[in-house]
Design a protein around this ligand. Sequence first.
Ligand code: UDP
Length: 393
Amino acid sequence: MRIAMISEHASPLAALGGVDAGGQNTHVAALASALGDLGHDVRVYTRRDAPDLPEVVTAQSFDVVHVPAGPPTGVPKDGLLPYMGAFAEWMAADWRTGHAPDVAHAHFWMSGLAAVTAARACGAPVVQTYHALGTVKRRHQGTADTSPPHRASYERQLGRVVDRIVVQCRDEERELLEMGVPGERMSLVPSGVDLDLFTGDGPAAPRTGRRRILTVGRLVERKGYADLIRALPRLPDAELCVVGGPGNAHARQLRDLAREHGVAERVLLTGAVAPAEMPRWYRSADVLAATPWYEPFGLTPLEAMACGVPVVATAVGGLTDTVVHGVTGELVPPRSPDALVAALRRVLYDDVRRSSYAAAATDRATRVYGWPSIASRIADVYAETANLREVVA
Ligand code: UDP
């Protein structure tokens, strides 16, 4: 099939080479690459955010198209809505002149708006993956949420006009049902993990002799790193490695907090690490702690599991699907210091439990979440969606 993937703010090239990639970059890069490996013709459309970017870059088994919409510089994603009209127009012209896709798969709500508009040019069906929902963000961040004011209504509308929605976890499905999006329009296919990159075999980052809690992600408050630093005084002989960037005001807050709690020498902030280097960090850990206050899907537990590392995670969003409590790790309520300390103690200081979680984690990651099988499930969704369009037409 000819597949257009739209990822307005998150370029897959950032995940392939750069250090500032988040979950959507990683997901789009891995999905596009796995679909390309399955023989599909994939073009990923992302906004041109630097002046010297070529229009088309061939990356592994897919093409990345840099769409000129808005200034050719970095713009925070919450400021991109005004440029989505130009994005859609440019893409529609591309689709009219030889690149009409059989299906368009939009990632994030603004990509969905551009895809639905551009699809009118060629009648392509649109599949939507939200990655994150405005209602959830507003609930947790309140007035600190910088999303455009009508995000939630756009998301609700999109749910009614796209041909299909690929939801990534049961929690997202429930949120969308509560928003009034009909359940029969949704297919649940989780994100995947690169099993060639994330394996238990291979070099590990140096150890210090302490038990290592690893936590990974963008340095934003809602990821709950402060909760882990506060837990450290009650976890003797344990250290916390925080892998992720940027080195911003939050990094300074975390360092101050570690000093206040007398654990500064047991907290290491590595800054952003290139994706190819991530397995070394996972392999060096006794446990991966993923303690966000909320999380749409959450790739880091899957990556750790594929490297044979058990996970202690907060029971939010996609983490309640990927981590099986008492089997591959432990789930605790978000922002519950006592429960977090108790779970980390059980995993860190009980070697038998830790190795049995580790074995089950590897098994679950490799059996359920490998990209070739996840991508072929998504390709089935595309084929059904395109067939349905033909029948209706
Ligand atoms: N990541 C990375 N380098 C870092 C920190 C994170 O490559 O320094 C990657 C990590 O391996 C994962 C992604 O960024 O693939 C984070 O995805 P997740 O879904 O956990 O969080 P999001 O960024 O979507 O909030």
